[in-house]
Write a protein that binds this ligand. Structure first.
Ligand SMILES: Cc1ncc(COP(=O)(O)O)c(C=O)c1O
Length: 326
C-alpha cells in the first residue's frame, strides 16, 4: 500500500498552542538549497565524509529523545572566533546531559579547523553536534555510542550594516525559559530549542524578526537564539543568565563595554521596565551585536552605545584582531 506524501500543514496538531494562521510565506531559509543536498565535506566521528553521505539511521536515540548538544560558531576570514570556548561548552553541555564526548577540547578545535580548511571556507558558520546513537532505543541509553560531527557552510553578515543600525522588530513570546529545576538550561541542548522554534515561527508569521522570552518567574530572559541588553541613561543593563545560556558573545560584549568605560549591570529585569530603556540590542554568534527598535508596544532608538559596541565587536572578530589576541 502506498500513501501520498503529507504536506507540512497536515502535521500541525490540533492541540498545539495558537500560532496564528499558517501562511505560506517565503522565509529567508526557504530559498536555500536544502541542507542534506549540498556539496562539501563533513567531519563525522573522526573522518571527513562527503556531505551527502553524512547520514543517521531513523532509530537514533537523539532524534527520539533529544539527546544531542550542539554549538554554533562563526569563522571570520578563516579564523573561528572563540573556538576553544565553544568546544569547552560543547564538552560541558554533553556532561550536563550525562554523556562524555570521546574527543578532547583540543581534538574538537582541530576538527573544526579541518572542516573549514577542507571546504575552503573563509566567512562561515560552524555547527558541531554530538549525540547518542542507535544501539538502544528507550529512555535508558547507557550503552549507546556517542557521536560527534562537524559541518560548516558559507555565511556572510546576517544583515547589512544600515539595516542592522535601524533595529529589529521583536514581539513577546508565550513560552518561557524553563526553571533550572526542570531542564538542563546550561547546556546548548537540542531539546531546549523546541520552544525557541515555536516562538520564532510565531514571531515571523506576525511579521517580526524574533521574540523576547521571559523566564519561568516572569522576568526578562533572552530571545530565541540570542541574549538581550538594554540601555538607560548611559548604563547597560542585562538579565542574569541563571536559567538560560550565558552566551559567549554576551560575555565578550560585556568585556568590550567595560573596556569602553560603560557601566554594565547584570540584574533582574521585569517586563514592565521595558518602557524605561532608550536603547536595546541582542547578542549571539549568529546575531553578533544587533540593535532592536521595538519589542511589542515598546520602542527603542538605536544610538551611540549600540553603534559603538556593534563596531567594537566587528573589529574584535576580524582575523587580525583575533590573531593579536592569541
Ligand atoms: C538560546 C540562545 N541564547 C543565547 C545565545 C547566544 O550564545 P552565543 O553568544 O554563545 O552564541 C544563543 C546562541 O547560540 C542561543 O541559541
Amino acid at each position: 500500500m502506498s500513501f501520498p506524501p503529507k504536506r507540512a500543514a497536515d502535521n500541525v496538531l490540533s492541540s498545539a498552542p495558537d500560532l496564528g494562521a499558517p501562511e505560506h510565506k517565503d522565509y529567508a531559509m526557504a530559498s536555500l538549497v536544502p541542507f542534506d543536498q549540498r556539496d562539501g565535506w563533513i567531519w563525522f566521528d573522526g573522518e571527513m565524509v562527503p556531505w551527502k553521505d553524512a547520514k543517521l539511521h531513523l532509530l537514533t536515540h537523539a532524534l527520539h529523545y533529544g539527546s544531542a548538544v550542539f554549538e554554533g560558531e562563526r569563522c571570520y576570514g578563516g579564523q573561528i572566533f572563540k573556538l576553544t570556548e565553544h568546544s569547552e561548552r560543547l564538552k560541558e553541555g554533553a556532561r550536563i546531559i550525562d554523556f562524555e564526548i570521546p574527543y578532547s577540547v583540543e581534538e574538537i578545535d582541530e576538527a573544526c579547523r579541518a572542516v573549514i580548511q577542507k571546504n575552503n571556507l573563509v566567512d562561515a558558520y560552524v555547527r558541531p553536534i554530538t549525540w547518542r546513537g542507535s544501539e538502544q532505543m528507550g529512555v535508558s541509553a547507557q550503552g549507546n555510542t556517542i557521536h560527534l560531527a562537524i559541518a560548516a557552510w558559507d555565511w556572510g553578515s546576517y544583515f547589512p550594516m544600515e539595516q542592522r543600525l535601524k533595529g529589529l522588530r521583536l514581539t513577546h513570546a508565550t513560552y518561557r525559559r524553563p526553571d533550572p529545576a526542570t531542564a538542563p538550561c546550561k547546556a546548548k541542548a537540542a531539546g531546549l530549542y523546541m520552544i525557541c522554534t515555536i516562538e520564532k515561527h510565531r514571531a515571523e508569521r506576525a511579521g517580526y524578526a524574533d521574540a523576547l522570552m521571559l523566564d519561568y518567574r516572569g522576568r526578562v530572559a533572552e530571545c530565541t537564539g540570542a541574549n538581550i541588553f538594554f540601555i538607560k541613561d548611559g548604563v547597560i543593563h542585562t538579565p542574569i543568565p541563571d536559567c538560560f545560556l550565558d552566551g559567549i558573545t554576551r560575555r565578550t560584549v560585556i568585556g568590550l563595554a567595560k573596556a569602553r568605560g560603560y557601566e554594565v549591570i547584570e540584574r533582574v529585569i521585569m517586563p514592565e521596565e521595558l518602557s524605561d530603556f532608550s536603547e536595546c540590542f541582542i547578542t549571539g554568534t549568529a546575531a553578533e551585536v544587533t540593535p532592536v527598535a521595538e519589542i511589542g508596544e515598546y520602542r527603542f532608538t538605536p544610538g551611540q552605545i549600540c553603534e559603538t559596541l556593534l563596531k567594537d565587536y566587528m573589529a574584535l572578530v576580524h582575523p587580525d584582531a583575533q590573531a593579536a589576541a592569541e
